[in-house]
Design a protein around this ligand. Structure first.
Ligand SMILES: [Fe+2]
Ligand SMILES: [Fe+2]
Length: 326
């Protein structure tokens, strides 16, 4: 491998190491970032070797870089990687999960950084449809995604981005378990990546409630917090690329049965709305509040009685319990 010094005028965008697959040749140049320059690392036409990936991982390198003109080519490359994972009977659940999580994490970054851009939405759609395929009837992949190391380390925004990836994966797999169809699962995956983007539009007090039990909150903070589903939809509602079903799921992600949720205090929910609300509720407790899975599932069966239908809650408990024991 020859390292070539690169001109600074080029614009670079990060790509996650976990999304690069060996034996799939790149159709673009890939760079590493050094303190003061980018260096050509793998040339267009070559692929990344597993050994190089391991070496980079050891050095804690998480992202490589491509030129921004090559983004489209990178997206097509991701499709090729996905097909290759799906066709390969020897692909490990870990590799599949790392790839799926990498694509979803990268989409989650874009969704939170540029929530109104069409490019972010396209990335979220691609991530969701990749997750639908990767997670299909595969609890190992879901387990690996949910237990990935270093998730949500960093600031509050990093935690929210991880929560978006987890809720998306969980809603897709639990939705499948509940018998939902592929297009509903894809909508769920996209909506869950966006569901809390309203966070950035709130007062500081409202934002802090994402990470606390809201039972003890004062009125002003709580009323700000309860605006977040509407604020999220306001960011997207005039965008022709945003699907109506997705906007509906974002708006209703804090709704429960019998008027126990917000903002509209709906009395009834469709199955897909209920799956979304329950998965976002469960993962908030784990990823944002730091509770453990067993107590969250037990508490849901008690605290949320009437908030979700009994059948959905029972199946959720069975689903989560099976994830941990098989
Ligand atoms: Fe929320
Ligand atoms: Fe959430």
């Amino acid at each position: 491998m020859k390292l070539k010094k690169v001109n600074f005028i080029m614009n670079f965008v990060p790509v996650r190491l976990t999304t690069l697959k060996s034996q799939i040749p790149f159709t673009f140049d890939v760079y590493v970032k050094l303190p003061h320059k980018y260096l050509l690392y793998v040339r267009n036409g070559d692929d990344i070797e597993n050994e190089s990936k391991k070496r980079l991982r050891k050095k804690k390198v998480k992202k490589l870089y491509i030129e921004d003109k090559d983004e489209q080519a990178y997206q097509q490359y991701l499709d090729q990687c996905l097909d290759s994972y799906l066709d390969d009977p020897n692909a490990s659940s870990e590799d599949k999960a790392n790839f799926g999580a990498g694509v979803a994490e990268s989409a989650s970054d874009d969704v939170f950084e540029k929530p109104q851009s069409e490019q972010s939405y396209k990335k979220a759609k691609r991530a969701s449809s990749s997750l639908v395929k990767m997670l299909s009837s595969n609890d190992e992949v879901l387990k690996t995604i949910l237990s990935r190391v270093e998730q949500g380390q960093g600031n509050e925004l990093d935690k929210l981005k991880a929560h978006a990836v987890n809720s998306s994966s969980l809603a897709i797999r639990f939705g499948e378990y509940m018998g939902l169809g592929v297009s509903e699962l894809e909508d769920l995956g996209v909506a869950a990546l966006y569901h809390d983007i309203g966070y950035k539009e709130l007062s500081e007090a409202g934002q802090s409630l994402f990470f606390k039990d809201i039972k003890d909150a004062d009125v002003a903070s709580l009323s700000s917090y309860k605006e977040h589903p509407k604020k999220a939809v306001e960011l997207l509602q005039d965008k022709p690329f945003a699907a109506e079903n997705v906007l509906d799921l974002i708006l209703t992600h804090e709704e429960k049965l019998q008027g126990a949720g917000f903002p509209q205090k709906l009395q009834k929910l469709s199955l897909v709305q209920e799956v979304h609300s329950l998965c976002c509720h469960y993962d908030r407790k784990i990823t944002l509040l730091g509770e453990d899975s067993n107590s969250v599932v037990e508490n849901i069966m008690v605290d949320q009685l009437g908030a979700y239908s009994l059948e959905v809650m029972k199946k959720f408990k069975k689903f989560i319990t099976a994830l941990k024991t098989d």
